[in-house]
Design a protein around this ligand. Sequence first.
Ligand code: FES
Ligand SMILES: [Fe+2]
Length: 387
Amino acid sequence: MLDAMLPLDDAALFRPETYAGVRKPLLEASTLPPACYTSEAFYKREVQTIFLKVWNFVGRDDRIPHGGDYFTIEFAGIPVIIVRGKDGEVRAFANTCRHRGALLVEGEGNCRAFRCPYHSWAFDTEGNLIVAPEMEQTKDFRLEDWSLTPVRLERWAGFMFINFDSEAAPLTAHLGDLPEKLASYRFQDMACVRRKEYDLACNWKIYVENAMEAYHIATVHRSTLSRQKGKPSLPQPAAGEYCALYKEHKGSRALLSGDTGFPEMDHLEGQAAAGSWYPLIYPSTMFGCTYDCMWWLELHPMGPARTKLIVGSAFPRSSVERPDFEEVVQRYYKRWDISIPEDNEISELQQRGLASPFAKPGRLAHMEPLVHTFNNWVLDRVLGVAA
Ligand code: FES
Ligand SMILES: [Fe+2]
């Protein structure tokens, strides 16, 4: 007889007892059931209880440096415009026309106003409706009542976060003590020099878990990152909606071993001056912060088995202004362009394996503490344990 698991029905999927094994301490715990990575119902509940409630990272504000610069995203199925107004302020709006709901704009660029492709209502870069043709006869219609719907956007050191929940606590509450811990990197003095997007055929959690454990490095990155030396990566105490690994070592982690790069920042303090930080800002943003730069992995959930990955690279402006910047930065790009596809590939293989009816929960190694922490964070929200 085949020893296949019956797929969890929706009731079992949201029953706390189903996850008794995941709730145990790390070395007794099991991994999340495969259905958490494949089920439409579980994904929908994650969108409702996580992505529509928390601060979601959407990149750096130097992507839109000038008034009228904008870009669009579709986050957890919701189309959003992020635009710098003529007044210099960065705002987010629902990318949905207030007339009959057409998508207002796609892609990115610079504009004076967003003119709807359907009937030419136009909204300025602060979201105000400024033109609405043929609406004079419509009773009680005033332009000022039909502005674009704002989405909350707050920033930390140039990093932008949006929140779909008008009741949510401010971004500072979400980040907790992380800005203080990472203050000496002076992110506000960095410039993002490259963004690279990937479409992944995997669940967003698979990618987060991969980024938050060093267990796979000896196998997946055996000919690349595994040659980097240093002490083990250790989980750090975290007072905020994040968890973090820290690794003590010498030399930039953003270069392959043997390569040289930009000077190390001379203003790093405490742990930052002795190693690298790898925080996961819940739910789906990972930073790598090392001696000479930072990079981020930004995940946008697109469905149970689809995720958009954006990899951003930011360097101190003093490095970016060097005459040899373009030449030297290629060594950093080489490191990311090798290691990230390695993680992408293994994540897609994991998704394919987990989709099998024979997939069952597994067990965790001592090197996977934050996989366990993260899985329990997700469960707290999906099952309604967390506020
Ligand atoms: S739907 Fe936008 S102007 Fe009609
Ligand atoms: Fe990796």
